[in-house]
Design a protein around this ligand. Structure first.
Ligand SMILES: Nc1ncnc2c1ncn2[C@@H]1O[C@H](COP(=O)(O)OP(=O)(O)OP(=O)(O)O)[C@@H](O)[C@H]1O
Length: 314
């Protein structure tokens, strides 16, 4: 196994005033992966990024990046990291190309107009290169933020809520952009509220809430492990008990015997097959149904479930 590009151990951040924004977080990021950090408002996502990018002073724990302790070689490590922050922050009166070129210089890279042109073109910003940033639409300003973060060719890129408040078209564009970064071997860590985004983009997903990393797993494995099928059969006439042939399935009667509910499967298709078998068994037992409502759980359900369970446990 290759060394992780980023290795976080026991990371804790207590803000002045006592709020624990990060609570002993352990996280290893592999080179070249797309990692989605998923969590509700105030979970600690931005704080975690800030800790790695040197904007947040950590209270305890360690961060290793590119094989070295960040505390000892922060400046050189930072040159290899790109950050697309949540908030727009640039000189609004400057032009697109100048701002993006300036960002490259900021991290010690020699000027390279061809490279800046490439970055601007990939974000459909080349035609706007001489525009003042203040005159751009919100979506275009966001693209400039990304261009700035890419200008010094980072190996590790943080995107903090890259698609918060952007329209569907720009969101798709950004997904494409992230895909092409993956092809170039850039490691990407993105934070998001949008489960759809994690489901679409990420190789691995971490769920964070109240400063605690609840779960980290391959996206596919997570869906498999925690995925469920739920189905409800509306029966033509209520029944008082289940036929013997259904005892082997995870089914229950609800609404005074008028609805038969199935909850099972493992996100691999087993649930769907079992629902079909339950339907057959019902008909064979002479129990007709008038409607069937079936749903596969998504990463969203898994996430809500995890956060709720954590809330109950806290
Ligand atoms: N400078 C600060 N001083 C005190 N508390 C802070 C500071 N910055 C953040 N916090 C608190 O730390 C917690 C974590 O905030 P953080 O911004 O990291 O969460 P987040 O997951 O990024 O949330 P969001 O999705 O809303 O951006 C929140 O309760 C927040 O209010």
């Amino acid at each position: 196994m290759h060394d992780p590009i980023l290795d976080i151990r026991g990371l804790t951040k207590v803000y002045p005033g006592g709020l624990k924004a990060l609570d002993s977080v352990d996280l290893s990021i592999r080179r070249g992966e797309i990692f989605a950090l998923l969590g509700p408002n105030g979970a600690g996502k931005t704080t975690l990024i800030g800790a790695v990018c040197g904007m947040v002073r950590i209270s305890a724990g360690s961060i290793h990046a590119f094989g070295g302790d960040l505390a000892n070689n922060w400046r050189t490590a930072r040159q290899r990291i790109g950050l697309v922050p949540q908030e727009l922050g640039f000189d609004m009166f400057d032009t697109v190309e100048r701002q993006v070129g300036y960002s490259r210089g900021l991290f010690g890279r020699a000027p390279d107009r061809a490279r800046i042109e490439e970055v601007l073109r990939s974000l459909s910003l080349w035609d706007k290169r001489d525009e003042e940033i203040r005159k751009l639409s919100g979506g275009m300003k966001r693209r400039v933020l990304i261009a700035k973060a890419l200008a010094h060719d980072p190996e590790l890129l943080f995107l903090d809520e890259p698609t918060a408040g952007v329209d569907v078209e720009l969101r798709r564009d950004m997904w494409r952009q992230i895909d092409s970064l993956r092809d170039q071997g850039v490691t990407v860590i993105l934070t998001t509220h949008y489960i759809e985004e994690a489901e679409e983009m990420a190789d691995r997903v971490g769920v964070i809430d109240k400063g605690r990393l609840l779960l980290v797993d391959e996206k596919e494995a997570m869906m498999k492990r925690l995925g469920r099928t739920e189905a409800h059969f509306v029966l033509a006439a209520p029944v008082s008990s289940l036929p013997e042939s259904l005892r082997a399935y995870p089914v229950t009667l609800a609404e005074d015997g008028a609805v038969l509910s199935y909850r099972g499967g493992d996100g691999t298709g087993k649930g769907k097959a079992e629902v079909a078998a339950v339907a057959t068994a019902l008909l064979q037992a002479g129990i007709a149904f008038t409607a069937l409502d079936q749903k596969e759980s998504s990463l969203e359900d898994i996430f809500v479930d995890l956060v709720e369970r954590q809330g109950l446990a806290a």
